[in-house]
Write a protein that binds this ligand. Structure first.
Ligand SMILES: CC(C)(COP(=O)(O)OP(=O)(O)OC[C@H]1O[C@@H](n2cnc3c(N)ncnc32)[C@H](O)[C@@H]1OP(=O)(O)O)[C@@H](O)C(=O)NCCC(=O)NCCS
Length: 183
């Protein structure tokens, strides 16, 4: 386990995440989820992150090691009709769920900590710092069934299951749960 200073979590701007910090963010993403750093999945993630940094309501935070290298990050943005993830989720929600959860929602899109820095509360701090500043009434995210540590983190912070098993277009073999948090 690598050492981290106590002031390691701070704001990560859209310009930084989509620009000079993007390569490190992709390294964290690949290592946290077990992808090869040069895989198509990670390349595609780079394009997705750049796109996401331009969405309304973007907020991001990074965790930095003692050399100021990005070792964890989280971000999200205001949920808007027409965005791909929202439409996939909305199609499975009941009318009551759509009214309760989508009318003023924040999408927590990514939360990852490099494995060499996990277990030092960086994930929790990133999560808590991001959520504390969300101006919306609700927050939403999807988490893989197999991401046990992430699920533990979310449930310990009041997230509830809205959809137990959602299969996204293009990834039908991977079960996700959709979680919601009232703010
Ligand atoms: C989920 C993730 C962000 C958590 O980051 P982290 O810095 O390791 O998290 P923390 O140290 O804050 O610990 C979070 C919780 O997991 C628990 N935990 C820590 N190490 C653990 C381990 N080895 N096994 C099980 N639980 C563990 C902690 O005890 C803590 O729970 P607590 O608040 O009840 O004590 C990180 O593990 C990760 O990047 N995972 C892979 C990517 C992923 O699944 N991202 C989420 C996508 S939705």
């Amino acid at each position: 386990m690598r050492a981290i200073s106590r002031d390691a979590v701070r704001a990560l701007s859209a310009a930084d995440l989509g620009g000079p910090r993007l390569a490190d963010a992709l390294d964290v993403f690949a290592a946290a989820l077990g992808f090869s750093p040069r895989s198509h999945r990670v390349f595609a993630q780079g394009a997705a992150i750049r796109r996401h940094t331009e969405y309304r309501g973007f907020v991001g935070f990074g965790a930095f090691n003692e050399s100021d290298k990005l070792v964890g990050f989280t971000y999200g943005y205001t949920s808007q009709p027409g965005l791909w993830w929202r439409e996939q989720v909305a199609a499975e929600f009941s009318p009551a769920q759509r009214a309760a959860w989508l009318s003023d929602a924040f999408e927590l899109v990514e939360l990852h900590v490099h494995p060499a820095f996990q277990g030092q509360h960086l994930g929790s701090r990133l999560h808590d710092t991001l959520v504390a500043g969300v101006p919306n009434r609700t927050a939403l995210l999807s988490v893989m069934h197999r991401s046990e540590r992430a699920r533990h983190l979310y449930f310990s912070r009041g997230w509830q299951v809205l959809l137990e098993d959602l299969r996204f277009d293009g990834e039908p073999a991977t079960p996700f749960s959709v979680l919601g948090l009232g703010l």
